[in-house]
Design a protein around this ligand. Structure first.
Ligand SMILES: [Zn+2]
Length: 337
């Protein structure tokens, strides 16, 4: 994961050196980590130790449409501070007898930081926030602490996940993928199933869809599941959060994939400053052979999942529980009826 962050660090280092400032790749790595994670880290090794899920998504730009995956609000102040520390140490280590000019140091640090920021953006370096927020291998405190640190001190939350971690939105109803999967009942609404008179549970019962967890950034059908967005106006704030997974049904009759992505929505207005309960909606999309890229990706993903977690879902006919024989955290060990 951190190797991905070092790609941006490597190209930024080359640009900084070309600008006549001597810096090591590892040092630029520290600056990259701090720019993304704020005061949660002081060195890139901190991000490695904490297994922060960095990803490259060069196509992730805000085109004004909804359902945008992770955004980043890059930190500046702690990065400038660290850059000055690095430059100061380099000056001391150079054996130069000349006193360090503070104004020049400031100026150089600013140049370093702007290169670091530019290369993070150019590479499309992000934190896969759903992977972090729904990682049940960590305490909720740890997850929230990092997200709060990612929040810019003056700009405020720049995503749904940081708004939730900062307490600006109500607590989520669950905090892991298996928990959300078990919660998929008829209270989740979407438009298309209502037309065909089927609800989400009927669809799962009949279609036995595959659960795809934390799809890679290039998987087109997973875009909604990676949504982590906040939109602010003067009077309101609205968040849209993908839950890090989607369900896919193989429809052999029509030679297509039917993809269902559950999402949570919430908003804060002057009338409801605390925020209302989360609206639970799913988005339904079909991909036929005409959707060449998405169709091929889904075909490949189901054939050879690689590192992606793919498991088949079923509904118990006795008690109605959603389960999977393919993963232990969704096993149906005891039937309650
Ligand atoms: Zn059962």
């Amino acid at each position: 994961m951190a190797i991905i962050a070092m790609r941006a660090a490597t190209s930024a280092t080359e640009a900084i050196k070309a600008d006549g400032i001597n810096i090591e790749v590892q040092q630029t790595g520290h600056l990259v980590a701090i720019a993304l994670l704020g005061n949660a880290v002081t060195r890139v090794e901190d991000a490695v130790r904490r297994r922060v899920p960095f990803v490259i998504d060069a196509t992730n730009t805000d085109d004004g449409t909804a359902l945008m995956p992770w955004t980043h609000q890059l930190h500046e102040e702690p990065v400038v501070k660290k850059a000055k520390e690095i430059l100061r140490r380099a000056h001391e280590g150079s054996g130069s007898t000349e006193a360090l000019d503070e104004i020049e140091l400031d100026f150089k640090a600013q140049r370093v930081v702007s290169q670091v920021q530019e290369h993070i953006v150019r590479h499309g370096l992000h934190v896969y926030t759903q992977k972090w927020l729904f990682d049940s291998g960590r305490t909720l405190d740890e997850r929230f602490e990092l997200l709060r640190a990612m929040t810019h001190p003056t700009v405020g939350p720049h995503s749904a996940s940081t708004a939730i971690a900062s307490g600006q939105m109500p607590p989520l109803p669950a905090h892991s993928v298996p928990e959300f999967v078990r919660m998929l009942d008829t209270s989740w609404t979407g438009v298309t199933f209502q037309v065909t008179n089927r609800n989400l549970r009927d669809w799962i019962t009949l279609g036995k869809p595959y659960l795809i967890e934390f799809p890679a950034p290039n998987i087109e059908a997973g875009k909604a599941s990676r949504t982590d967005r906040i939109s602010k106006t003067a009077a309101s704030e609205r968040i849209e959060l993908g839950l890090g997974f989607f369900l896919v049904e193989v429809d052999k009759t029509f030679d297509q994939f039917r993809v269902v992505t559950p999402m949570l929505f919430n908003g804060r207005t002057e009338q409801e400053p605390e925020g209302a309960p989360y609206a639970k909606n799913y988005i339904l999309k079909s991909y036929s052979r005409h959707h060449v890229k998405a169709y091929k990706q889904l075909t490949d993903l189901l054939r050879s999942p690689g590192r992606t977690k793919v498991s088949r879902l079923q509904i118990c006919t006795k008690c109605g529980a959603i389960f999977s024989d393919d993963r232990s955290d969704l096993a149906h060990a005891t039937c309650t009826s």
